[in-house]
Design a binder for this molecule. Structure first.
Ligand code: ADP
Ligand code: MG
Length: 567
C-alpha cells in the first residue's frame, strides 16, 4: 500500500501529460482516516468515470453493532450512509472545468425503497465499511489536469467522508431510528404468515405519489384508514401498537368506481415487498415478500413455458405445455407471467384490470352461449383463481372494477370509495347470488412441472468479454440483445437491472448446464448473494459496478425474457 503523499507526488508528476498516464494511479493509498482505493481508471475523459472506494476499519468508523445486528438493519444502515454521502456530494457545487466527465463525483442515488447495494457495505463481523463512488478524472482536452483531481481526492472526499461515514460525527438518534424502523418492518413481514395475512396497510399511510414521474408522497393526500372489519393491531418491537388493514390469504377483490384509488392501493402493495424510508408514507405497507405483479405483456418472448393451466387447443395446434413464441399475445403473455411467477416461488399474485388482457380474466355467460367452450382455447383466470388458492396456497389480490364475476370466487371484497376502503364482502356475495356463473365443466388443472433446464446460450460460448449496458429502469443489454423489463413492474431501481444483467451472465457461465432447473439456478444465485454479497456476481477487474439486489422473482423474470435463453 502507498501513502497519500505518494499519490500527491504522482499527481504532480503526471500533471499535463497525456490522459493514459492517469492509469498509474490505480493503487491503494493510506489517508489519515481511511484507505482510498483507485480501482479502475477510465481510458479517456469521455469514457465511463473511474471507480474509487473508501475503506474504513470498523474501529475507526465506530458504528455500534446494535445498529446492524440483523441483516435488515445492516442494509438500512448502509442505505442511510449512502444517502448521507450522496447528499454531501450533491451539495458541493464543485465542478471541475474540463472535457468529458471531468470532475464528476457520482454515488448511488437511492429512491424511496431501501435496497442492498454495492454502493456501501458494512462487514457484519467487524464493522469495516466500504463506500464506492465514481469520479471523472479531470482533463483539458486529453491533457491531465491533476490539480483538479488533487482537489477532489485531498479536499472534497475527506470532507464528505468525515461528515457521513464516521459514527462520532453523525446524529446517533437518527441512526437508531433507522435501525428501529428496519426491525419493525421486518417484524411485520415475519408476523404476517402467523396471522394468516398476505399484506398489511397501516392506518395513516400515504399511498398516492406526487406524480407519474415522482415517487415522493402526494401532498394533501387522504391518509389510509382500514375498514373496521379488517382492522388488526400489531405490537411492533419499537413503535408499539400499530393498527391497520390486514388482508387475509385467499382471494381478495378491490372494486370501486374509476379514480377512487384502486390502482394506487395495489401499487403500494406491489412495492410493499421492499422496506421504505421514513417519511415515505408507505413505511408500514408490508406485503408477502414473494408477491408478484402480473400483467399482460404483448410482444414478449416465451420459451418452453407450460401455460396449459390457462391455454389449450390453439387453432394452429401449437403445444401449450411447452409453449414458445417470439411475440406473445395479451392472454398468452399473462398466462406465462402467472406460471413463471409460480415457478419463481410466488405465493401472492397481484393483478389490475387496467393492465390485464380481458379475455384472460373473464368470459361472460352470453359469450359462453354463443361461442362454445370447445371453441375457446382460454380458461380464464376467473376459473382458476379459487383452485390456485385451495390446491396450491397461492393467494390473489385483484383490482376489478368492471366485472362482478369475481364476486363469486372472492373471500373478501374491498370497495374503494373516494380513497377510503370499505369491506363490502357480505353485500357483494348476496348480490352475486342473483347472477350465478354459468356452470363450468372445469377439468382440474394439471400442475405445471417446472423442470426447464437451460443450457448456456451460444452467445456466451466464445469466451469474449460481454458488453453489459443498462438503460435506466427499462432494459438491460447484453451484447446485441436488449432484455425489455418495462413490464416487470416491481423493479424499482436501474441498479437492480444492472445486477440482473450480471446475474444472467453469472448463470450462463456457472449455472446453466442443462441439468439445473431454473428454480435451482435462482436458489444458487440467492445463496451466492446471501453468503458473498452482490459483488460476487462480477469479476472485479475493472472495479465493482453499482448494483442493487433484485429478488429471485425478478431474476427469473429477466431470464424468461431473454430471447437467447437456451431451453
Ligand atoms: P382507480 O384505479 O380507482 O381508477 P387510481 O388509484 O388510479 O384510481 O387513483 C386516481 C387518482 O387519485 C390518482 O391520481 C391518485 O394519485 C389519486 N389518489 C389515490 N389515492 C389517493 C388518496 N388517498 N388521496 C388523494 N388522492 C389519491
Ligand atoms: Mg386503476
Amino acid at each position: 500500500m502507498q501513502t497519500a503523499a505518494d499519490l500527491k507526488n504522482l499527481l504532480t508528476r503526471i500533471d499535463r501529460r497525456g490522459y493514459p498516464a492517469y492509469k498509474d494511479t490505480r493503487e491503494s493509498y493510506q489517508f489519515p482516516d481511511y484507505v482510498l482505493s483507485i480501482d479502475h481508471v477510465q481510458g479517456d475523459p469521455f469514457a465511463a468515470p473511474s471507480k474509487l472506494s473508501i475503506h474504513i476499519p470498523g474501529k475507526q468508523a465506530g458504528f455500534p453493532p446494535a445498529l446492524y445486528r440483523t441483516p435488515c438493519q445492516r442494509v438500512a444502515l448502509q442505505d442511510a450512509l449512502t444517502r448521507r454521502f450522496g447528499h454531501q456530494a450533491s451539495q458541493a457545487s464543485f465542478q471541475a472545468k474540463g472535457s468529458g466527465h471531468s470532475g464528476l463525483i457520482a454515488v448511488s442515488r437511492c429512491g424511496q425503497e431501501v435496497l442492498e447495494r454495492t454502493a456501501c457495505t458494512l462487514d457484519p463481523k467487524n464493522g469495516d465499511l466500504v463506500l464506492r463512488l465514481e469520479v471523472g478524472f479531470p482533463a483539458n482536452g486529453r491533457t491531465i489536469n491533476a490539480r483538479e483531481l488533487e482537489k477532489i481526492l485531498f479536499e472534497l472526499l475527506p470532507r464528505y467522508a468525515a461528515a457521513s461515514l464516521f459514527y462520532r460525527n453523525l446524529d446517533a438518534r437518527q441512526l437508531q431510528a433507522v435501525a428501529d424502523l428496519a426491525e419493525d418492518q421486518q417484524y411485520i413481514r415475519t408476523i404476517l404468515p402467523q396471522l394468516g395475512l398476505c399484506a398489511f396497510v397501516a392506518n395513516g399511510s400515504i399511498l398516492p405519489r406526487a406524480s407519474g414521474v415522482s415517487s415522493l408522497p402526494l401532498k394533501g393526500a387522504i391518509p389510509f384508514q382500514s375498514p373496521s372489519e379488517l382492522e388488526v393491531t400489531l405490537n411492533l418491537p419499537h413503535r408499539g401498537a400499530l393498527t391497520g388493514m390486514g388482508i387475509q390469504r385467499g382471494v381478495t377483490l378491490i372494486v370501486g368506481g374509476g379514480y377512487h384509488g384502486k390502482s394506487t392501493l395495489l401499487q403500494a402493495l406491489e412495492l410493499g415487498v421492499y422496506p421504505h424510508i421514513a417519511g415515505d408514507g408507505r413505511e408500514y405497507v408490508i406485503t408477502d415478500p414473494t408477491a408478484v405483479k402480473i400483467r399482460a405483456e404483448d410482444g414478449r418472448s416465451i420459451r418452453n413455458t407450460d401455460i396449459s393451466l390457462f391455454i389449450n387447443d390453439l387453432p394452429n395446434g401449437k403445444d401449450t405445455v411447452h409453449f414458445t413464441t417470439e411475440d406473445a399475445s395479451g392472454s398468452t403473455s399473462q398466462a406465462a407471467n402467472v406460471v413463471e411467477s409460480l415457478e419463481a416461488g410466488a405465493s401472492l399474485l397481484l393483478m389490475d384490470e387496467d393492465t390485464s388482457a380481458t379475455n384472460f380474466m373473464v368470459r361472460d355467460a352470453l359469450m359462453q352461449q354463443v361461442i362454445h367452450r370447445d371453441m375457446e382455447p382460454i380458461t380464464p383466470f376467473l376459473e382458476r383463481v379459487r383452485e390456485l388458492y385451495d390446491q396450491h396456497g397461492i393467494s390473489t389480490i385483484l383490482v376489478a372494477g368492471s366485472s362482478g364475476a369475481y364476486f363469486h370466487p372472492a373471500d373478501c371484497v374491498i370497495q374503494m370509495d373516494r380513497y377510503v376502503p370499505h369491506d363490502i364482502t357480505a353485500r357483494a356475495k348476496e348480490a352475486a347470488r342473483a347472477f350465478p356463473l354459468p356452470d363450468a365443466p372445469l377439468q382440474p388443472a394439471r400442475a405445471p412441472a417446472f423442470d426447464r433446464r437451460p443450457k448456456p446460450s451460444p452467445a456466451f460460448q466464445g469466451g469474449e468479454r460481454v458488453k453489459l449496458k443498462t438503460l435506466g429502469r427499462d432494459s438491460v443489454c447484453l451484447n446485441r440483445e436488449t432484455i425489455d423489463l418495462r413490464s416487470v413492474e416491481q423493479l424499482t431501481d436501474s441498479e437492480q437491472l444492472t445486477a440482473l444483467g450480471y446475474c444472467l451472465l453469472y448463470a450462463q457461465k456457472h449455472l446453466m448446464d442443462g441439468r439445473r432447473t431454473l428454480r435451482q439456478i435462482a436458489n444458487a444465485l440467492e445463496q451466492l448473494l446471501e453468503t458473498q454479497g452482490l459483488s460476487a456476481l462480477c469479476e472485479s477487474r475493472s472495479g465493482i459496478p453499482f448494483l442493487a439486489r433484485p429478488r429471485r422473482q425478478e431474476m427469473l423474470a429477466c431470464f424468461n425474457r431473454y430471447r437467447d435463453l437456451n431451453l
